[in-house]
Design a protein around this ligand. Sequence first.
Ligand code: PEP
Ligand code: MG
Length: 572
Amino acid sequence: MARRELRGEGTARGAALGTARIVYPLDFAVVSDPVDRHEVPAELARVDAAIARARAELDEVRRRLRGPLRREIGEFVDAHALILDDAEFAEGIHAGIVERRLNAEAALKAHRDQLVEAFEAIDDPYLRSRGEDIEQVVARVFAALKRGHLEPRRARAASGAIVLVAESVAPDEIEAWQHEGLVALVVTRSSVWSHATILARALRLPMLVAGPEVFDAVRDGDPVLVDADAGLVIADPDSLDLSRLRERQRAQARSARARAKLRTADTRTRDGLAIRLWANAEHEDDIVLARRLGATGIGLYRTEFLYAAHADGGDEETQFRAYRDAVLAMGGRPVTLRTLDVGGDKGNGSMSGTGGAPSALGLRGLRLSLAQPAAFATQIRAMLRASAYGPVRILFPMVTSLEEAARARAIVEACRAELDLAGVRTGEVPIGAMIEVPAAALVSDRLAKAFDFLALGSNDLVQYTLAADRNDVAVAACYDPLHPAVLALITMTLDHARRARRLLTLCGELAADPRATALLVGLGFTDLSMHPNALLEVRERVLGLHAGALRKRVRRLVAAGEARSLLEEAGD
Ligand code: PEP
Ligand code: MG
């Protein structure tokens, strides 16, 4: 097929080439114009061929299953194969084509709707939930139909270059796809500030948010070039596209090599101000990278990763070992362990034990931990025990009030006393609060006194201040980290922390954006925490700044509502 180009918004930088793997939305759109009588046999043949291909794919999935997943996943695969093997499944779709003159896709959708409706009417909740299998089988047949006669290009897929095209993707799904060879993501529902994006950036996977027309323009198995920097998705790219990609990849490799020299550089501005660059970590690999790139320490360890592997985060011993290993890997540099922060897009509801996905305004962060004191104490004990191996700091997410802060601190003290009594060694452990809701920023003078240090989470502070969901692309334009209200809260927190002589680290994505470094240093930040992948670029930027001159200008520009000019001035 000829080259097709689509525009979108790049959310994680980079460009990559791979084979499209499409996860069609369950409510996929179809053209429902009737087909002519003479087209009926061809549509019937398309359906049969698509079912056969879907069936062959399932065999392939079954064949590749290994290890402990073999039995568990195998059962689902078998259930799906049974649906496809059932002659009534094909007959139901055929009926739509013959009797209603629907095309293959529309007939498939109509049959799906009928079956799902029948399942929904079943009383037994288990059987009712099997309706999901129908949806998944239909999505697989739909993908095979869209692919037409083409087989997925196995050679490319085997070389491990997959471009995932989906409505949305959860962070743990990204991890799973990575094992399959994921090189880029195109989604129709996400934003620059979502956790999926943060993870994509951390893993250096280009990511782009496109319109739903991507499901028509790109077919499963097509070669796709994703250029997140230019905001482009190109299906069946031509030779010019490919040579441009190669040129860009060469340029990126050159600048990465040049930056590598900065690994051991002292991070000071031209006028001698030391800026400490900390690392945000999501799992062990980040810690190794942080150490290698000379991070001051781990400024934010998102412990949610433990919940991806264990539904309850694992027992105390499992958690302790993970924290201890991080502390050991950092070789004496501080590790800031954040207690569990389950949020709207951070994982499924099972993490919270509350049923559905926790909403951004619901029982999340510290609130959830306080509602589940036993699990909270387990996590705190594991963290305190890790402190015997090197410097550890504990950080609470989503603090909104002093009362909450006092309750949480009391639990830490109780855990410490318990460990002391049992003769378990622990080190000095500073306790910090995240300032990421406007209420916390507004009382940051008192929070600064109640805690040993503060960490500013701009990702959430922006969404809560501006009432703009960080995951919703529809309000992406409202999500403005440079909005005067956000900058006022940031400035206020900086002033309060300085007066109370407390360390304040910025650990939202803003810290990782080299275009914002001048603004942040000018505002008065001396500690920035970011994914280690961003560290060298930000360090490079710091080396070229004059803090004294910036400080004078930035506050003036912020007061005049012109902060943005600084961001743009920093250039690319
Ligand atoms: C933040 O909100 O800025 C932050 C660092 O925390 P997270 O992105 O994990 O919510
Ligand atoms: Mg947050």
